[in-house]
Design a protein around this ligand. Structure first.
Ligand code: NAI
Ligand code: MG
Length: 359
């Protein structure tokens, strides 16, 4: 993996601000990443901006140029704000930019850490009680376009959509999850629904147990996703790493993000772990048209996503420093409106940079 401390030209990052608050939070993140790596080598990180998104679409009829993936392939990572704007249908913006990147670059791991940071109040979890990483399968499963509709508009109308679970796809996501658990507190929970979904889910469970034999030190168990969702809300401290299929992982990671306090905090990484293609780092929130341009967007999710990127470059200590500075800033009360504070995006960003420079 491209380690910016080892390469003369550092790591090259493609920045796609996107729409609404996307550019606001991602530029905050860029400034924090620059401060966090100041003085490491000649130019540890370099950022190249691409003006793709809904505005680009209205002008060019596409969300990004035809050769966008070839362009992005030359970078070590992609740092994304968010895409989507009311003038363009959401399925157009999503399928025109994010999905082609995720699939084209085989980013089969969607990693979503959730932690209740100091200074943030959760409606549910007690401080310190939530530190969970959800590992979601990102390329197959329930999100397939295999299927169809017959007899439209008649009383006999039929809709069928196939779930696609491949041994290769299931094995690689589960192996990633076991590795993640091994590097954390050694606890892995597999989300299943093999009681109701009687073909693909037992297949998933079987492989979960098979791979578990390679990891005697990881305490692994399977849990039905509905019960698991409730447990994550009621006692999140019981969980360390949770792994799920595309659909179950999507839902469960939204639960853990909600328990962690606010949507503006949570980050997400779309990883191609082998490093054959660039991975993508983003906050989980969208473009927030209701507050765009006001300078009040919470930059925490984008900053945390930047920390994940440094970790992915093989230097977790830099990521940890960024996250500590962010947490200390929030704990000191410098936080945006969504967290009950009155600080602007810029105030939070400055405070985080100040802490990085003085510690
Ligand atoms: P949203 O996440 O943009 O907003 C939901 C609510 O949370 C809004 O009230 C917003 O003000 C608030 N919020 C979100 N991020 C915040 C932040 N950083 N600081 C303070 N408040 C924040 O979700 P919504 O409204 O469903 O979607 C808006 C647009 O974003 C749509 O076009 C959607 O398709 C797109 N979207 C894009 C995503 C991506 O690029 N990965 C993810 C989710 C939505
Ligand atoms: Mg979702």
């Amino acid at each position: 993996m491209a380690d910016f401390t080892q390469q003369p030209s550092g790591s090259r990052i493609a920045v796609i601000g996107g729409d609404g608050i996307g550019p606001e939070v991602v530029e905050a993140g860029v400034r924090v990443l620059e401060a966090a790596t100041e003085g490491v080598g000649a130019s540890p990180l370099s950022f190249t901006r691409f003006p793709w998104g809904c505005e680009y679409y209205l002008e060019h009829g596409r969300m990004m140029p035809e050769d966008a993936l070839e362009t992005l392939a030359g970078f070590d990572a992609i740092y994304l704000g968010s895409v989507g704007w009311p003038t363009v249908p959401d399925h157009v913006s999503l399928w025109g930019l994010l999905i082609p990147i995720r699939r084209g670059f085989d980013q089969y791991v969607n990693l979503r850490p959730a932690r209740l940071l100091r200074g943030v109040e959760s409606p549910l979890a007690k401080p310190g009680s939530l530190d969970v990483t959800v590992v979601r399968e990102n390329t197959e499963g329930e999100y397939s376009d295999s299927g169809g509709r017959l007899f439209r508009g008649t009383p006999y109308e039929i809709a069928v959509q196939d779930s696609v679970f491949t041994r290769r796809g299931v094995e690689r996501i589960l192996r990633y999850a076991y590795e993640e658990a091994k590097g954390r507190r050694g606890l892995l929970t597999g989300a299943t629904k093999s009681n109701g979904i009687s073909i693909t889910m037992p297949f998933f469970d079987e492989i979960f147990r098979e791979i578990g034999e390679e990891y005697p030190d990881v305490e692994a168990s399977l849990m039905h996703a509905d019960a698991l969702a409730a447990r994550l809300v009621l006692d999140p401290e019981r969980f360390d790493v949770v792994v799920g299929s595309n659909l179950l992982g999507d839902i469960l990671s939204e639960v853990t993000a909600a328990v962690s306090g606010a949507i503006g905090i949570a980050p997400s990484a779309n990883l191609n772990p082998e490093g054959q293609y660039p991975s993508l780092f983003e906050p989980i929130h969208g473009s927030a048209p209701d507050i765009a341009g006001e300078g009040v967007a919470n930059p925490a999710g984008a900053i945390w996503a930047g920390a994940l990127m440094l970790e992915h470059f093989g230097r977790p200590e830099f990521g940890e420093r960024v996250l500590s500075a962010l947490e200390a800033t929030l704990a000191a009360g410098t936080k945006t409106r969504d967290l009950g504070g009155s600080a602007s995006t810029g105030d939070v960003t400055e405070a985080v940079i100040e802490r990085l420079r003085s510690h």
